[in-house]
Design a protein around this ligand. Structure first.
Ligand SMILES: Cc1cc2nc3c(=O)[nH]c(=O)nc-3n(C[C@H](O)[C@H](O)[C@H](O)COP(=O)(O)OP(=O)(O)OC[C@H]3O[C@@H](n4cnc5c(N)ncnc54)[C@H](O)[C@@H]3O)c2cc1C
Length: 419
């Protein structure tokens, strides 16, 4: 007779592991199987955060935490109350993985090594008795009528189909996985997947030879759109990156996709400052000082300052008291509303994510169960939830994976009870 798995988890990433571990840990004897199409599980955890894995963010207030998700923020408030950052930190701590917080709030393992996160998850899966099959892609899920509740026939890329009482879909971002097709085949609508968390390609003489320099804070605005962000900006050999740009790319993922990543970016290197008034003060305090030589603003590095002074065509050797009206106005423009033409995007190697996925109103966000297909659950990036950079995307995976695992265990237990 064909064996029936209690729960089959499709996808061996962060969300799938959390769901499987929670379900198997909560329900003694539950037969839980993770199916992973690639050779290795948790491969994104491995490369995440530049190899250090930014596990979560030091923000323990669910409502505030949810504001960091351009898609899904309202839907996530409830789930974060049930299993949020505090519970995540405790979960890993209880299993020997201690986290530390960096100045900007990002939380990493104290080891600074993503492998320790993988080891922790794999040990927990092993202890809970979770079965794992790698190199096993799922190509179809068919709902069959069971004695009292449906049974799912899970078609594999190779080999015989499997049977399961419950299914957790945790196949990750919809631009790459087959999860999109599986969810659609079960009657779900998805928001189209587009990239989020990318850097801007800018070919501009002002940025030449400045790769590696950063300024903080900087305000960036997309011309013609209501997209603005403020934070640290990093100049790269291809253009601009850093939190201000990555966050702008996340909040504007759909708008920038519609613009084919070609638009004008207005950069204010001195947000909140009256630059013209600062120039007047500089003229009074040290009028004989050469403008080009030193950046008078702590937040603008010298070489960037010099590039902007050149772009404003301030005459060479000009002092603050010699600065003419036109050059002054050009320098104010370069500092507070410099225009850069963005001509494409590049992948941010440290973290990227898909905007789009299964609509959150088609899942019960208390249990993560499908509202269209009872017995199917969702977790992680497959959902139309994505966060800005800083540990928010993994937190979505931990939160929704945990809730799905708890609900799976509860539903399976209820089915076990004698009539
Ligand atoms: C380079 C990089 C660095 C990142 N760094 C961070 C970070 O430091 N902090 C942070 O918060 N976020 C980070 N992210 C985002 C984060 O990794 C994801 O949001 C998170 O991994 C999502 O977890 P998931 O389990 O939903 O999906 P995934 O981790 O993508 O896992 C899904 C799994 O499902 C498998 N799968 C897909 N289809 C099938 C199928 N049909 N059958 C079987 N298996 C299937 C895939 O092979 C994959 O292993 C990073 C992302 C990238 C790309």
């Amino acid at each position: 007779m064909t064996q029936i798995w209690d729960a089959v988890v499709v996808g061996g990433g962060a969300a799938g592991f959390f769901g499987a571990i929670t379900c198997a840990g909560e329900l003694a004897g539950a037969r839980v199987l993770i199916l992973e199409k690639s050779k290795h599980v948790l491969s994104k955890v491995k490369v995440s955060g530049g190899g250090r894995c930014n596990v979560t963010h030091h923000c323990f207030e669910p409502k505030l935490m949810a504001t960091h998700y351009p898609r899904g923020h309202k839907s996530l408030i409830g789930p974060l109350h049930r299993f949020g950052v505090a519970e995540t930190v405790q979960w890993f701590g209880e299993r020997g993985l201690l986290l530390k917080t960096e100045a900007d709030g990002r939380m990493f393992p104290v080891s600074d090594d993503s492998q320790t996160v993988i080891d922790c998850l794999q040990d927990a899966a092993w202890s809970a008795g979770v079965h794992i099959k790698t190199s096993t892609g799922v190509k179809s899920i068919v709902v069959k009528a069971g004695a009292s509740s449906p049974v799912f026939e899970i078609g594999l890329d190779e080999g015989k189909p499997l049977l399961a009482r419950k299914v957790l879909l945790a196949t990750g971002g919809t631009r790459v996985g087959a999860g999109e097709w599986l969810a659609r085949s079960l009657g779900h609508k998805l928001h189209e997947g587009v990239p989020s968390l990318f850097t801007f390609n800018i070919n501009d003489a002002r940025l030449k030879e400045l790769s590696g320099l950063s300024a903080d804070p900087v305000e960036v605005r997309v011309e013609g759109e209501s997209l603005v962000n403020r934070g640290p900006l990093l100049i790269t050999h291809r253009g601009m990156s850093g939190p201000a740009i990555l966050k702008l790319s996340a909040w504007g993922a759909r708008e920038l996709h519609a613009l084919d990543y070609r638009f004008d970016l207005i950069v204010n290197w001195l947000p909140g400052q009256d630059v013209a008034a600062s120039f007047d003060a500089l003229r009074q305090q040290g009028g004989t000082r050469q403008i080009f030589a030193h950046s008078p603003f702590d937040t603008i590095p010298r070489r960037l300052w010099q590039s902007l002074v050149e772009a404003a065509r301030v005459p060479s050797g000009c002092t603050w008291s010699e600065l003419r009206r036109e050059a002054k106005s050009a320098l104010v423009d370069q500092l507070s509303r410099a225009r850069f033409t963005v001509s494409g995007k590049s992948t941010n190697k440290d973290e990227f994510v898909t905007c789009g996925g299964v609509l959150t109103d088609e899942a019960d966000m208390r249990t993560m169960e499908s509202r269209r297909c009872p017995g199917v659950y969702f977790a992680g990036e497959l959902l139309d939830i994505d966060g800005v950079t800083g540990g928010f995307n993994f937190q979505n995976a931990w939160t929704t994976g945990h809730l799905a695992g708890m609900a799976l265990a509860k539903a399976l237990e209820a089915e076990r009870l004698p009539e």
